[in-house]
Design a binder for this molecule. Structure first.
Ligand SMILES: Nc1ncnc2c1ncn2[C@@H]1O[C@H](COP(=O)(O)OP(=O)(O)O)[C@@H](O)[C@H]1O
Ligand SMILES: [Mg+2]
Length: 336
């Protein structure tokens, strides 16, 4: 699976631009020229969301009121047109037919991205870490995404009751029952996949001896739902427990390491996580994964860049970077 071409219309700083892709692509341009925006658009097509913002609306060019991404995908050697528009909501068309439920498409088209604007498990934001994990789980076990959606719907209903300071115990008991049902399933899948991820880390870390000088693992803490907290939840105006508060931490040499990992350390570990993400997907799925490495070289020495690129074998690869770098055998797209 790969993307052959894309037209960006009113997407960030690109008013109307077309790009043609190969298997390996190097998007090069100065700061602010729109490199990240191009890979962001590709990511949106395959994942339904941006890796930089929770609101697709932010990606609409400031002087317009919609964006459109259209182009062609290649699916088992067959070329298919796609179109994604966003005005007040998202509309997605594959082969000129409107896709009513894009989840199925998304889960069959795995993509993973490293960007300084989204470090996956190494991100400062817990939500970004959970999302990185949930997408990985979803590729292997699609029901997880269905469970998450059901849980989030219930969470929003509960939030609306809490904000209105409703105190009816009967109302909460039926909601809580369902939240616990989905919450347990979500957290136990997360536990299972963190274990899987850690075992992939163990198996592969020795292949990266010069790349990573430290031991690395992930730690998961589920936030069990406590229905007895409802009074303080109403007082505080927030839902205090549940999978939306599950924590993923990373351990370096056995210590939880939140704020003191250096930039280079974080980046090496983020890239290693991308590698492990690919390994998990490959183990379960027959189709390949698209990989985006935004600003790959920033803060990373040339030897490590080369080493990492030799290790990963995606179905399609996008790298962005500054001028004066070249990657042999890459389709270089210079965006000035
Ligand atoms: N919604 C928007 N409308 C117009 N311009 C935008 C919007 N969002 C971002 N930009 C601008 O687009 C430019 C390209 O950003 P980006 O893709 O991050 O560039 P690069 O990755 O090449 O440094 C920046 O100058 C940024 O300010
Ligand atoms: Mg950028």
């Amino acid at each position: 699976m790969s993307i052959e071409s894309i037209y960006l219309k009113n997407f960030r700083n690109h008013i109307l631009k077309k790009f043609q892709f190969d298997e390996k692509n190097f998007i090069v341009g100065k700061n602010g020229s729109g490199k990240t925006s191009i890979v962001e658009a590709i990511y949106i097509v395959f994942s339904g969301r941006s890796f930089r913002t929770n609101r697709l609306r932010n990606a609409i060019n400031n002087n317009h009121d919609f964006f459109e991404l259209n182009g062609r995908l290649s699916e088992e050697g067959i070329s298919i047109p796609f179109k994604l528009t966003y005005k007040t909501g998202k509309e997605f068309f594959i082969d000129k037919k409107k896709v009513e439920n894009s989840t199925e498409f998304i889960l069959k088209h795995p993509i993973v991205c490293y960007s300084p604007e989204n470090e996956g498990f190494l991100s400062d934001e817990m939500e970004v870490r959970r999302r990185f994990l949930d997408r990985l789980i979803g590729y292997v076990y699609p029901q997880h995404i269905v469970n998450l959606k059901s849980y989030l719907k219930l969470l929003n209903i509960k939030k609306s009751y809490i904000h209105k300071k409703i105190k009816d115990p009967l109302l909460y008991s039926s909601i809580h029952e369902k939240m616990i049902f989905f919450g347990n399933r979500i957290s136990s899948k997360r536990v299972e996949f963190i274990e899987k991820f850690n075992s992939i880390i163990d198996k592969n870390i020795n292949d990266f001896p010069t790349f990573l000088s430290e031991n690395f693992s992930l730690k998961f803490a589920a936030s069990e739902i406590h229905v007895s907290l409802i009074d303080s939840e109403i007082a505080k105006g927030m839902v205090l427990t549940g999978p939306h508060r599950d924590k993923i931490s990373f351990l370096i040499n056995g210590k939880i390491c939140e704020n003191f990992a250096s930039f280079g350390q974080r980046k090496s570990l983020s890239l290693f996580c991308i590698y492990c993400f690919i390994k998990v997907v490959e183990e379960f799925l027959k189709y390949g994964i698209i990989v985006i490495l935004d600003d790959l070289e920033a803060g990373l020495d040339a030897e490590r860049v080369k080493f990492f690129l030799e290790k990963i074998k995606p179905s399609q690869l996008f790298i962005t970077g500054l001028p004066n770098n070249t990657f042999e055998k890459f389709n270089t797209i210079n965006i000035e």
